[in-house]
Design a protein around this ligand. Structure first.
Ligand SMILES: [Zn+2]
Length: 276
């Protein structure tokens, strides 16, 4: 969305969710969050799953409403900074790239960054020697900025349709994506079908276990766009459900602004028992 552009509220139908990790319907309300002036949400219930303990936002719109929202109201093309991401985001990408570089992923392997925005993380991976880089983002504006700034091909599409991306990938990245998705398991199942045998999945999300150490916690995470509140263990549980095992993980605190921080947990996964 451009600065000064007025948000019109989408026509939406909110409903209860099953737990995004274990699909249980039993939940406990821990907080009611309200929003003003959002195109997407007037509020939601922050709940925890009675079965697996995962925390998530309940009573939210359907996945199709979120898809439409990210297509129409994207702010991730960073038009107010000529498409450039912030210095703190670049530092975070550098840290995530260093984590990926410690693995055995081939520098010539095909990499797809799903929800790549303007492709800055792919650009950082390129600086680390990765050569076969592809992006996907729901906002068509992001593809144009990625081509202009980094000469990286970015297709327009979602985690559910993968746009016009075809073929298989040795590494698929979902960084800052899973916390935005209502149908988490459906999204992951769709993605893992596109990995080569032995291919890796890299996930990075805000870390709910780190919120207590964050000065502005937890309300900066209870935003209109963040609807899943992962921890290292709920992420591992989620990946086990789709048949993946964790190879490595990292938790760290990233600086967002002068006084704001965001705890991050990331992990690298492969198909359980798949070797490679
Ligand atoms: Zn659960």
């Amino acid at each position: 969305m451009k600065p000064g552009q007025r948000q019109k509220r989408l026509r939406l139908s909110e409903s209860h969710r099953k737990c995004p990790i274990c699909q249980s319907s039993g939940r406990r309300l821990i907080f009611k969050q309200y929003f003003m002036g959002s195109a997407l949400l007037t509020g939601y219930h922050v709940v925890t799953c009675n079965h697996c303990g995962a925390a998530y936002a309940d009573l939210i719109p359907q996945q199709s409403d979120f898809n439409r929202y990210y297509r129409q109201f994207s702010k991730y093309e960073y038009s107010h900074h000529n498409g450039q991401v912030s210095a703190s985001d670049m530092r975070t990408f550098e840290r995530l790239a260093n984590f990926i570089c410690k693995s055995d992923i081939d520098r010539n392997g095909a990499i797809l960054d799903v929800g790549c925005a303007t492709g800055a993380f792919l650009h950082v991976l390129g600086r680390h020697g990765f050569k076969n880089l592809h992006g996907l983002d729901p906002s068509p504006a992001c593809a144009k900025v990625a081509a202009r700034l980094y000469q990286i091909p970015v297709a327009t599409g979602t985690v559910f349709d993968l746009g016009c991306q075809s073929g298989q990938f040795d590494l698929i990245i979902l960084a800052g994506v899973l916390e935005h998705i209502r149908d988490v398991r459906r999204a992951l199942q769709n993605i893992v079908n596109r990995l080569t045998p032995g291919g890796r999945l890299f996930l990075a999300v805000p870390d709910a276990m780190g919120l207590a150490a964050s000065r502005n916690a937890p309300f900066q995470q209870f935003s209109t766009e963040h609807i899943n509140f992962f921890t290292a263990s709920s992420l591992r549980n989620l990946m086990a459900v789709v048949g993946f095992e964790q190879l490595a993980h990292l938790r760290f605190m990233r600086k967002q602004g002068i006084k704001t921080t965001e705890p991050i947990v990331c992990g690298l996964y492969r198909q359980a028992g798949g070797g490679g």
